[in-house]
Ligand binder design. Structure first.
Ligand code: MRU
Length: 362
């Protein structure tokens, strides 16, 4: 079984159909933007970084064989189709940030008289393709930064005897399947294991779409990491009795003040972690951080079809006629977040905006 969610070479894009995992491992061909929009919207590919990469690469494979009479028509195609892809799922910000960057590039190249239409197309393809490698490199840095922060925290708070390998809890799926590879929060878990410092990882089922039970558990078994699946309703009991050193989750959008939108259920885990004095980390590349919005109040939360709650596969489990509310994400207030683990370091939510502004020279 493969853990590579995205297979790309110039002119060809395939994604691992995550609706079928872990039972069936099947790749789908994405021929262009329409296919890209559909596989993102139906969650055949999911996870904030993977959504952005597949969205942008779906435009790359569409544009690759096309001929453009002039730069203006290429620019219009890039802008219109990227903005369309942003609409496939509203909460994760990565697709929007990547779209804005690529549209800015297209605008600059359109204005530059030394750039031909063919050069412009090549530069656009290069920029989209670079996202794959950059994401893996960022995730590796997040893994290293996060593992260090968790181990330092344990060393500061535990007795020397207790500061051995750690137990951590994660939620949803943030691994190879949600990214170009290695993963964000799951990258931290992987790095702890590489250091010989992972005693155990607990992963939640993550109802209703079961990313934890289907995808994270699949990755952990595949990697032979010491792991146990728990139901979402078991987190308080788990933190009470299992000596968990840290919670580490991913993010779909982090606001400028550190409020974090992530998979539904994240907020209640953060509340429970606070109650038990367990540090709660958010692992997120800069492409998940939205400095344009001051707080989580501005994040649009995607509400998904009732069927995800009422059925397991084809089997109805909920009483017919009951009303459902199915928000796919929630917002964890910054006050519950110990640190935001990025590829550039771990920041307190209160320092996030200043640190990122400095890094990006804004
Ligand atoms: O609805 P999903 O499966 O796309 O939600 C995924 C998450 O919430 C992840 O935690 C987040 O996208 C980070 S993935 C590195």
């Amino acid at each position: 079984m493969s853990l590579q969610s995205i297979k790309y070479q110039r002119g060809s894009l395939e994604i691992l159909d995550q609706l079928l995992l872990p039972v069936v491992s099947k790749y789908l061909t994405v021929r262009g933007v329409e296919d890209g929009w559909k596989v993102i919207n139906k969650m055949q590919v999911r996870g904030a970084p993977a959504i952005a990469i597949v969205g942008c690469l779906s435009l790359a494979v569409e544009i690759y064989p096309e001929e453009f009479g002039n730069k203006k028509s290429l620019r219009q195609e890039i802008e219109g189709k990227l903005n369309y892809l942003v609409s496939a799922r509203p909460t994760a910000v990565n697709m929007k940030i990547s779209a804005d960057e690529l549209i800015t590039l297209a605008n600059e190249l359109t204005k530059d008289d030394n750039v031909t239409v063919e050069d412009m197309k090549q530069r656009f393809l290069n920029a989209t393709e670079a996202m794959l490698e950059k994401d893996i490199a960022d995730n590796r840095a997040i893994g290293a930064n996060g593992a260090k922060a968790i181990l330092e925290h344990v060393a500061e708070t535990a007795s020397a005897a207790a500061a051995g390998p750690v137990r951590v809890l994660t939620h949803c799926n943030t691994g190879s399947l949600a990214t170009a590879g290695y993963g964000t929060a799951l990258g931290v878990v992987r790095h702890l294991s590489e250091l010989g410092k992972l005693e155990h990882v607990y992963c939640t089922e993550t109802r209703p779409y079961n990313q934890g039970a289907r995808l994270t558990a699949y990755e952990l078994v595949h990697e032979k990491l010491p792991a146990t699946l728990v139901l979402d309703s078991m987190v308080a009991a788990l933190l009470r009795v299992k000596n968990v050193a840290a919670v580490v989750v991913g993010a779909d959008r982090v606001a400028a003040n550190g409020d974090t939108a992530n998979k539904i259920g994240t907020y209640q885990i953060a509340v429970v972690a606070k109650h038990h004095g367990v540090p709660f980390y958010v692992a997120a590349p800069l492409t998940s951080i939205d400095l344009q919005i001051p707080s989580g109040d501005h994040i649009i939360i995607e509400v998904r079809p009732d069927r995800e709650m009422t059925h397991v596969g084809e089997h109805r489990i909920a009483a017919p006629g009951i009303n459902c509310w199915n928000p796919a994400f929630d917002v964890t207030p910054a006050s519950l977040v110990t640190g935001i683990i990025t590829e550039h370091g771990v920041f307190k939510p209160s320092a996030l905006k200043a640190e990122i502004t400095k890094l990006l020279n804004l």
